[in-house]
Design a protein around this ligand. Structure first.
Ligand SMILES: [Zn+2]
Length: 318
């Protein structure tokens, strides 16, 4: 009898005593359309390394950036969620979703987090959510929240160059990478000891979006998803791919097929690592109009002999 009681006691002690269990802070599929652009920097020097020793970070980054693919998605009101049960310690709202540039830097100084929420949890844990959409914060100081509760929406306030929610996790004031809380890096290996109840997928770079255009588009239009579609008499037919986390020697394969077969295709070798970039190829109009019908665009990001990611779109030319 006594033996049985002891066994019960040992079962009652949680395996993760004192640890925090997290859910993703964004209500969006992280295998696409949303993605993780940057992780906590584990490199003490002035270069950056994420927890897999890859380059999805930047020097001194103290959190994880959960991104929307394009700026127009802010208007859809994508929810920011509490990653764990806790109490609201503080909020800030009212900053514009301007994004960070030289022109906005002075307005942002000292308020890099933008509109944000800080939650306190048990045992000295704290989570912080940054760059939220102006006017979206729906919790108040002192309020109790459960994991998964809505805090507000994803925006681009403060020091943000693309729409995302930055999640910082701290324990007794120290920055903790929820993907690698013990800070012991095993390059290339997937961590099993994380703070996540269900570990978000690690995408080692990929395709954020693809589309068609009537000429080489402006990067600002690609990032806002406001690239005008080609018309039957447009001067050119262009296919573009918006990429993240690409590495040196990656290849982006672009192809556009129309009702009369291949319009254009090319493999482009990427010569340096880039956090975000785009590539586009196109063909000039040589007759009076483009053939009417359905066009299919394909983009494939290739690394060595692997296809990292692939996306397709269709376009109808009337
Ligand atoms: Zn960040």
């Amino acid at each position: 009898m006594r033996y049985g009681l002891l066994a019960l006691f040992s079962l009652a002690v949680p395996a993760t005593a004192g640890e925090l269990s997290l859910v993703p802070p964004i209500e969006c599929d992280l295998t696409g359309p949303c993605y993780i652009q940057q992780y906590v920097d584990h490199d003490p020097t002035d270069t950056a390394s994420d927890f897999t020793c890859a380059s999805l970070s930047y020097d001194g980054h103290k959190g994880t950036d959960f991104a929307l693919p394009t700026r127009d998605m802010i208007d859809q009101g994508i929810n920011v969620l509490a990653s764990a049960t806790g109490t609201v310690r503080g909020i800030r709202d009212g900053m514009e979703d301007l994004g960070y540039s030289k022109a906005t830097a002075s307005q942002i100084e000292g308020r890099e987090c933008g509109n944000g929420v800080v939650l306190v949890h048990k045992d000295g844990w704290e989570t912080q959510y940054c760059h939220m959409r102006k006017g979206s914060i729906s919790v108040a100081q002192g309020q109790q929240v459960n994991a998964g509760d809505i805090l507000g929406q994803v925006g681009m306030s403060g020091r943000a160059e693309f729409p995302h929610v930055h999640l910082s996790v701290r324990h007794d004031g120290k920055v903790i990478d929820p993907f690698d809380p013990d800070d012991v890096i095993t390059c290339g290996e997937t961590e099993t000891d994380t703070l996540w109840s269900d570990v978000p997928p690690y995408r080692a770079g990929g395709i954020i979006s693809i589309g068609a255009a009537a000429g080489i588009p402006d990067f600002s239009n690609i990032r806002a998803n406001t690239v005008p579609l080609p018309k039957p008499t447009s001067d050119a037919l262009v296919i573009y791919a918006y990429l993240f986390g690409t590495r040196k020697s990656d290849v982006i394969h672009l192809a556009l097929n129309g009702p009369e077969g291949s319009v254009i295709k090319r493999d482009i070798l990427l010569k340096k690592p880039q956090a975000q970039s785009f590539r586009a190829i196109g063909k000039k109009l040589k007759t009076d109009r483009w053939p009417a019908g359905t066009y299919t665009g394909t983009a494939e990001l290739r690394r060595a002999s692997d296809v990292v990611e692939r996306q397709e779109f269709t376009l109808t030319i009337p």
